[in-house]
Design a protein around this ligand. Sequence first.
Ligand SMILES: [Mg+2]
Length: 213
Amino acid sequence: MLPPHRESAELTAPLKLLDLPSGKSWDGRIAYLDRDGVINVGSENYVNSPAEVELLPNAGLAIGNLRRAGYRIVVVTNQSPIGRGHWDSENLDDIHSEIRSRLLLEDSDAHLDLILFSPYAPWEGAWARKPNSGMLEAGRQLIDAASSNADFDSIKLLYDAEWVERPDESTSFMVGDRGVDMAAAENHGVRGIRCDPDIGISGVVDSILGGVA
Ligand SMILES: [Mg+2]
């Protein structure tokens, strides 16, 4: 089992969540978001440095709207350049810091609650790598644990068939721009919503919020 990795921390390190905007209480909804082609502009050659980060139009506003509507935001991104040896997870942390600060500049509510990534190359067959659902499974368990003030020292994340008693995911969703994202959503049992990679999250958020608000 090759598990997901987490931005700037061990996977099961304590997770501190920021309050939702307006002190809204969280009712279990998670917006799982792919990164490239959803939040920022993707590239066939990867996003390799903070200088290459370019947000898609209104991505910050869309994420702010999701949090104002009561969603926690979990980014789940395949990052095979690490497994291919192109660069390391510290570089990825720098890229994510850049994405975070640009989102917050656009909308001060556009906070990403958790970023998980799969550093593995495709041929490693990682459970973390989409189309597998490892990142969504870990994301759900970490957000639930943080919300209920669980003891992270004793947390054990469950995956695949090992995770039998799963929480309801019917009010959550996953947005991605590719087939692997939709497959990961289906494998996790959450609604998958495909967006246009040139428009990203802002092109689908209104229909999402209109449909469930
Ligand atoms: Mg993508």
